[in-house]
Design a protein around this ligand. Structure first.
Ligand code: ACO
Length: 375
C-alpha cells in the first residue's frame, strides 16, 4: 500500500498555524504569545493572560481596568441557565452540568446568532466570565446550599473560590489558584482545543465549539486525569502502599494517571510550579501526608517507567487544599482553558479553512449485496 503518511493519534502532525502558543517538549517550555507561562504565572494575573491570548499583547493599566470591569459585569448567569442547573439531578457529574449549561447559555446569549468578530469577542468575554459562576452555582445547588452571587469587584480566581466555598480565600490560596489558572490557560493543539477548532472550522458558533471542547476535556486521558490522580492517591491510602499499589498497576499494564504527555519528553513546566505550591500549601496547612504520597508515587513511576508527571499530577492536591471537591477539578480546568479555547476559536474564524482530514481505509472495497435470504 502507498504510504499515506498516517500517524496514529495524529502524533506530531502539524494541522494548522497559530500565533497563540508554543510548546518546546524537549526543553520543557510553554510559551503564550512569546511569554514564558511560568514568567506570566509569577508576574501577571489570569485576566492579563486572557487579554494577552485574545489581543496579542499584555494590557496597560487603563486597558486592564476596562477589561476587568467588562469581565466583572458579565458574570451573572441568565435566569434560564440557573433554572436548568437547579433542575439537574443532584448526582449529575459537574462536568456534564457545565457542558449542558454552556450549550444552553448559547441560546440565551444577548447577541443571538450573530457572528461578527466584535460579537464573537463579546461572547468570549461572557464565556470566560460565566463558566466559573456555572461551576460554583451547580456545586452549591447539588449540596442544597444557597447560591452565592458573583462579586464583580473580585479577581476571577478569588470570586470563584468565594462563590464555591462561601469564604474569602487566603492570600496563598488565591495566588495558587490564579497561578493554576494561568498555567492551564492554553496548550497549543491539545485534544479539547483541537475539538473546538474543528467545530469552529465549520463556521458553527462559539458556544457549540466550546461545548465540543468541554466534552473532549472530560476524558481521563485529558483533563479528567486530575480527578483520577486524587482518586488514586486516596486508594493508595498510605506511603507504605505506594510501591505495592503501583507494582500491581504496572503488572496489569494500567496507565498511571498524571504521568506521560504527547509533547513533553521532560518535566512538564506546569507540574514543576504546581509541585512547589502543593508543598508550600501543605506546609502551611500542616498536612504533608498527601504531598509525601505524591512524591513517592512520582519517584517510583520515574524510576520504573521513566515517565514524568504532567500538569494533572499536582493540581488536584492544590485544589483539594482549597476545599474544591474532586469531581470539580476538571470543571476548574475548563474555567482556565476557556481562555485558550476562545482564543483559538477566534483565530480559527479569522483565517478559516474547514478542518477535514482523511482516513486510511482498512476495510474491503468490492463486496456485493446479497439478497436478504442468502446473508
Ligand atoms: N502510565 C503508564 N504507562 C504510560 C503512561 C502512563 N501514564 N503514559 C504513557 N505510557 C506508556 C504507554 O503504555 C506506552 O507504552 P508502550 O509503548 O510500551 O505501549 C508509551 O508510554 C506511550 O504512551 P501512549 O499512550 O501511546 O502515549 P500518547 O502520547 O498516545 O498518550 C497520554 C499521552 C494520553 C497523556 C498518556 O501518557 C496517558 O494516558 N497518560 C495518563 C493520563 C493523563 O495523565 N492524562 C493527562 C495528560 S495532560 C493533559 O491532558 C492536561
Amino acid at each position: 500500500m502507498a504510504d499515506t503518511g498516517f500517524k496514529a493519534g495524529l502524533e506530531d502532525v502539524v494541522a494548522l498555524t497559530s500565533d497563540l502558543c508554543f510548546i518546546d517538549g524537549k526543553e520543557g517550555r510553554l510559551v503564550y504569545r512569546g511569554y514564558d507561562a511560568v514568567d506570566l504565572s509569577e508576574h501577571a494575573t489570569f485576566e492579563e493572560v486572557v487579554f494577552l491570548l485574545w489581543y496579542g499583547n499584555l494590557p496597560n493599566a487603563g486597558q486592564l481596568k476596562t477589561f476587568l470591569r467588562e469581565l466583572g459585569e458579565s458574570r451573572q448567569l441568565d435566569p434560564a441557565v440557573e433554572r436548568l442547573l437547579a433542575s439537574l439531578p443532584k448526582t449529575t457529574a459537574p462536568m456534564d452540568a457545565l457542558r449542558t449549561a454552556v450549550s444552553l447559555a448559547g441560546i440565551y446569549d444577548p447577541d443571538g446568532d450573530a457572528m461578527e468578530p466584535e460579537v464573537n469577542q463579546r461572547k468570549a468575554v461572557r464565556l470566560v466570565a460565566q463558566i466559573p459562576t456555572m461551576v460554583a452555582a451547580f456545586d452549591r445547588m447539588r449540596k442544597d446550599l444557597p447560591v452565592i452571587a458573583p462579586d464583580r469587584d473580585l479577581a476571577l480566581a478569588d470570586n470563584f473560590l468565594w462563590m464555591l466555598t462561601g469564604k474569602r480565600p487566603s492570600g496563598q490560596n488565591a495566588k495558587a489558584f490564579d497561578t493554576a489558572l494561568i498555567l492551564h490557560a492554553d496548550h497549543e493543539l491539545n485534544a479539547s482545543t483541537f475539538s473546538a477548532r474543528v467545530t469552529a472550522g465549520t463556521l458553527s458558533d462559539i458556544y457549540s465549539a466550546t461545548t465540543s471542547a468541554i466534552g473532549t476535556l472530560k476524558g481521563p486521558l485529558h483533563g479528567g486525569a486530575n480527578e483520577q490522580v486524587m482518586r488514586m492517591v486516596d486508594e493508595i491510602g498510605s506511603l507504605d502502599n505506594v510501591r505495592p499499589w503501583l507494582d500491581q498497576a504496572f503488572q496489569e499494564k494500567r496507565k498511571i494517571m498524571g504521568f506521560g504527555h504527547r509533547v513533553y519528553k521532560t518535566d512538564d513546566p506546569r507540574a514543576v510550579v504546581l509541585r512547589r505550591f502543593s508543598r508550600e500549601m501543605s506546609q502551611t496547612q500542616g498536612t504533608m501526608d498527601i504531598f509525601n504520597r505524591l512524591e513517592a508515587i512520582g519517584d517510583y513511576v520515574r524510576e520504573q517507567k521513566h515517565l514524568h508527571p504532567n500538569v494533572d499530577f499536582y493540581s488536584g492536591s492544590v485544589y483539594r487544599m482549597m476545599e474544591i471537591p474532586v469531581d470539580v477539578f476538571t470543571p476548574v480546568f475548563a474555567i482556565s482553558r476557556i481562555a485558550g479555547w476562545t482564543a483559538h476559536i477566534l483565530e480559527q474564524y479569522h483565517n478559516n479553512r474547514l478542518i477535514r482530514p482523511r482516513a486510511e481505509y482498512t476495510g474491503p472495497t468490492h463486496l456485493t449485496v446479497k439478497p436478504i435470504a442468502e446473508r
